[in-house]
Design a protein. Structure first.
Length: 246
C-alpha cells in the first residue's frame, strides 16, 4: 500500500529585526514630514482667518461711513464721536456677552497677551521677537467675538487705528502673523492697510523696517497688512506672503 503524501507550503514572515528597522524608517519619515504638515496647516489657518477678519471688518464699516468717518480728521476730532463710532462698529459684530463689562486690560488677559506672573506683554513682532509694549500709538484688540477673533480701535497720535486678531488667544500672537493694523481715511472713507503708504503723519511703507524678518525695529510687523492683502512676501516678492512667514 502506498500512503498519501501531503504537500506542505513553507510559511515565511518578517523577522523581529526587519520589523524594527521598518518601524524606525517610518518614524524617521514621520519626524521629517509631520512638522512641515503642521506648519502648513497653521499657516493656512492664519491666512483664512486674516481674509475672514478683513472681510468682516469691511462689512461692519459700510453702514457707518457717512455718519462717522468725518470724526477722524485731525482738525475735527471729538472723543465722544470716536466713542460713538466704536460702539456702533462693535454692534455690527457678534461680541461675547461675558466680556462686555471687562476692562481693556482684563480682555488682554483673556486674549493671553499678558503674562499674569510677570505682567509683561507676550506679543511678538513679525520676526518673532517678544515685545514689552504694543506698537506706538496703536493698541491691541479689546473686543472678543463669538467666532474666536478679536478687534480693537482707538484715535491716537492724530490718526485712527484699528487692530484685528484673526484667532484671539490661538497664537502665535505676533504682529503680521495673526495681529494686523488698519487706518481709516476720513476723506475717501476707505479702510487703509498699514504698509500701503502715507497715513496721516505716518508712513509704514518701508517693509525693510516695518515688515521684514531681518528688521529689529520695535514696530516690525505693523506695516505687514498691506503685504498680507497683496499676498506678496515682503522679503522675497517671488513668494506669497503666507509661505514666507518667519
Amino acid at each position: 500500500m502506498f500512503g498519501r503524501t501531503k504537500n506542505y507550503k513553507k510559511i515565511t514572515g518578517f523577522t523581529l529585526a526587519e520589523v524594527l528597522i521598518t518601524l524606525a524608517i517610518i518614524g524617521v519619515v514621520a519626524a521629517m514630514t509631520i512638522p512641515t504638515l503642521i506648519t502648513k496647516y497653521q499657516t493656512k489657518a492664519l491666512e483664512s482667518g486674516f481674509k475672514k477678519s478683513y472681510s468682516t471688518l469691511v462689512q461692519a464699516l459700510v453702514p457707518l461711513q457717512n455718519e462717522f468717518y468725518g470724526a477722524f480728521s485731525s482738525d475735527n476730532n471729538s472723543s465722544t464721536r470716536v466713542t460713538d463710532f466704536y460702539t456702533a462698529l462693535w454692534q455690527n459684530y457678534k461680541t461675547l456677552d461675558e466680556n462686555n463689562n471687562l476692562s481693556a486690560q482684563d480682555i488682554w488677559y483673556e486674549l493671553n497677551y499678558i503674562d499674569r506672573r510677570t505682567r509683561k506683554y507676550t506679543i511678538k513682532d513679525y520676526a518673532g521677537n517678544v515685545l514689552t509694549q504694543y506698537p506706538a500709538c496703536a493698541h491691541l484688540p479689546t473686543q472678543i467675538f463669538t467666532d474666536g477673533s478679536a478687534a480693537g480701535g482707538i484715535y491716537n497720535c492724530y490718526a485712527n487705528w484699528i487692530s484685528v486678531d484673526v484667532n484671539g488667544s490661538g497664537g502665535p500672537n505676533a504682529i503680521g502673523h495673526d495681529i494686523f493694523y488698519f487706518g481709516i481715511d476720513s476723506k475717501t472713507k476707505r479702510l487703509i492697510p498699514l504698509g500701503e503708504g502715507s497715513y496721516g503723519f505716518w508712513n509704514y511703507a518701508d517693509n525693510n523696517t516695518y515688515c521684514s524678518k531681518n528688521s529689529t525695529n520695535e514696530q516690525n510687523g505693523i506695516g505687514c497688512t498691506y503685504w498680507a492683502l497683496k499676498n506678496i512676501c515682503p522679503d522675497d516678492e517671488t513668494k506669497t506672503y503666507w509661505e514666507c512667514l518667519p
